[in-house]
Design a protein around this ligand. Sequence first.
Ligand SMILES: [Ca+2]
Ligand SMILES: [Ca+2]
Length: 389
Amino acid sequence: MPEATINFYRDGAIVQSTVTDENGYYSYALERGTYDVEVVMDGYVTGRVDGVVLGNSEDIVVDLYLRHDSACLTYTPEAFFALHYPDQVSEQTLTFTNTGAQDAIFEITELEGEGPPVPYAYAQPAASKEVVELILDDGSAEDAIGLTSGGEFLWVNRFTPNPDQYPFTLTRVETWWLANVNATDKMRIVIYQNTTGSSDPASGAEFLYQQDITATASETWVSYDLDEPVVFEGPGDVIIGLVNLETRTGIYPATIDENSAKGRSWIGIYSGNVPNPPTLPPDSMWDELSAIGFPGNFVIRGYGETGGGTPGDIPWLTEDPTAGVVFADGGTVDVTLTFDSTGLVWGGDYFGGLRVDNAPDPKITIPPVQLRVLPFNLIFLPIILRNFH
Ligand SMILES: [Ca+2]
Ligand SMILES: [Ca+2]
């Protein structure tokens, strides 16, 4: 773990302190004796190993695992499917688990399915989703910039999708690396929304998602699938950016299209490394590209599809509870899902989704729900025939 502080205690008092190197290693020469070793790092729960005995001229290895000081909410199962005859009620359980070090709050909203029930004899429902493309550039990159003296920085594009494209789900980010970027260089995708209408994307930006990626020296488009698609309710702006985590000089990762400047590409520098997650605006420099003499667009694109669901009542489904707190360190909460096919048309598939809002993490996930109602004529009727002489 890089740049963590290691404190050595002896009889309850700090005797020495050091910092891990960029690979997360540390070593320190101490007088022999018994020490308590503590590891402190921003954003993590402080770790500690007590009673490390150091003898004469020996190396002692003390490895520590630190936990993020945040909530980590997951749920099972990932999707729900119920098979009913008409006028039947059944229950299933959605279980939340919080493996993080902070309490998590969940809130469930029903999302209406699309269209009328689909006879299940006919494969999948007709897709009514449309592709959403977030593009500022003209398709070709002419230049790229980096920091003359090296170091981390951030660059973003501000997109304003048409209001009727909302809600939509962002699934993919594309960019273009030039040859001075190595195929092993570490970068990070960062995604924000801004519903304030501000033309400065930092003013009112809300951080939504980040994902570490590795560059490739491709000289062409490179596509990165988001591990967790991001849902935008809108309307407003979508901010997609990249963070350069390579601190060497001579790397110019922020690729620019110089032919069609839209005034929507911003570059940010922090007084130290880019914080994790990167808060906007950066505290050292924050400028639109033309203001620093490079009018153009960063070559960053976003792709997704419309949908993510329209909040509304699913008449055949109820959840209990619809919100709650999942305690840290392995807490669980069960939510009962009740499927009710009373009064539904027989012989069809009904679709919907459950939007799960997750605080303090702003992540939104949507487990799909499906109810299949069988026709009456498939009901097995036991008939006993008896032969009376
Ligand atoms: Ca171009
Ligand atoms: Ca309902």
